[in-house]
Design a protein around this ligand. Structure first.
Ligand SMILES: Cc1cc2nc3c(=O)[nH]c(=O)nc-3n(C[C@H](O)[C@H](O)[C@H](O)COP(=O)(O)O)c2cc1C
Length: 345
């Protein structure tokens, strides 16, 4: 057991989850937490013109306002997604809004896009010195009406479009009323067109919910193909409560181990149905290196973690990457691309 699990975690887990997050984040922002990097030549790849040293990134929601961009490479990540950022600053939902489910290795959150707003985030980014590729996840402000959603995403994008390696259009958080309805083809295309009006050249991804059925997923895929989007991120948290050992009966999005099978199923469906050039980022319940290997074998080009990182701490990333390399070497797979999708062929 490393320092985090034996010493830091027992202290942090005694605190209220959001206070623990703020404290941990303070240490990260000040460059006081590090993990031994374990990059390896098998893990390098270039996708949509961006060079990634490893396929494992930090998912959206941890660094919502891009306050720690200069430090994520010290924790061994291959990339990070900041946000969700909204056009205007917003405080999010009333506390408590983050809950631990330790027996299930899961979290429930209803943060509600608390962030400093696109303008301040653009300043945070321009005064930091990121050493790794980062994406920017944008979402709808709580106060923007459904009919004005495309304009609202556009406003956030206007402040941020010159930064970042890619943009994630978040239409899948269960914590902003009406947001997931924007996953329908019409509203989604409207958002994409509004962003392209500002800048047609930036790589765009759509982040989908694990709660969409196959028909709804297929409509998202149609929009992605029609608009020639760079890729998809699968998945956000789930509003469902399946397979929990202890359900705290809190509303919000569930993440971590109970999400694993559904997120893997959604990813597999996307891999089978999308044009081969659509880049897929797998996220949801990746708990270790075996899960990482499995996710790439089911079609992911890149992967992200959030909840397992909270439970396992900084050693998760190097351990998972080392395990991934071991499994790839065992099968004589010489690149991430060679592993990608082998479970579905
Ligand atoms: C506390 C918390 C806050 C989150 N905030 C966001 C967010 O702002 N935007 C977003 O797209 N996803 C957000 N997510 C979802 C994660 O990015 C990820 O899709 C989800 O947690 C599944 O991955 P995991 O099982 O590895 O945690 C959040 C997740 C958690 C636990």
């Amino acid at each position: 057991m490393g320092f985090y699990e034996s010493a830091a975690k027992p202290l942090l887990f005694r605190l209220d989850p959001e206070r623990a997050h703020s404290l941990g984040f303070w240490f990260i922002r000040h460059g006081l937490v590090r993990a031994r990097p374990s990059y390896h030549r098998l893990l390098r790849q270039t996708l949509f013109g961006v060079y990634f040293q490893s396929p494992l990134g930090l998912a959206a929601g941890f660094d919502k306002s891009a306050q720690a961009l200069a430090h994520w490479h010290q924790l061994g990540f291959g990339f990070v997604e900041v946000g969700t950022v909204t056009a205007q600053p917003q405080p999010g939902n009333p506390k408590p809004r983050l809950f631990r489910l330790p027996r299930d290795q899961a979290l429930i959150n209803r943060m509600g896009f608390n962030n400093e707003g696109a303008h301040q985030v653009s300043r945070n980014i321009s005064t930091s010195n990121p050493q790794l590729p980062y994406g920017i996840n944008i979402g709808k402000s709580r106060t923007a009406p459904f009919e004005q959603a495309a304009k609202d995403y556009q406003e956030a994008f206007r402040s941020l479009h010159s930064f970042g390696a890619y943009f994630a259009i978040n239409v899948s958080s269960p914590n902003t009323p009406g947001l997931t309805e924007l996953q329908e083809k019409g509203p989604l295309l409207e958002i994409i067109h509004a962003l392209r009006e500002v800048n047609p050249d930036r790589p765009l991804f759509v982040k989908v919910s694990p709660d969409l059925d196959t028909a709804a997923l297929d409509r998202v895929i149609e929009a992605v193909h029609e608009a020639n989007l760079t890729g998809l991120i699968a998945t956000n948290t789930t509003a469902l409560r399946e397979g929990l050992r202890r359900d705290p009966r809190e509303t919000g999005g569930l993440s971590g181990r109970p999400l694993k099978h559904r997120a893997l199923d959604v990813l597999s469906h996307l891999y089978k149905s999308c044009n081969p050039n659509v880049v897929l980022i797998g996220v949801g319940g990746i708990m270790d290196g075996d899960d990482l290997y499995e996710r790439i074998a089911h079609g992911a080009n890149l992967c992200q973690v959030y909840t397992s990182w909270v439970y396992r701490g900084p050693s998760l990333v190097p351990l998972a990457l080392r395990r991934l390399v071991t499994l790839m070497e065992r099968k004589n797979l010489r690149s991430i691309d060679a592993l990608r999708g082998i479970a579905l062929r």
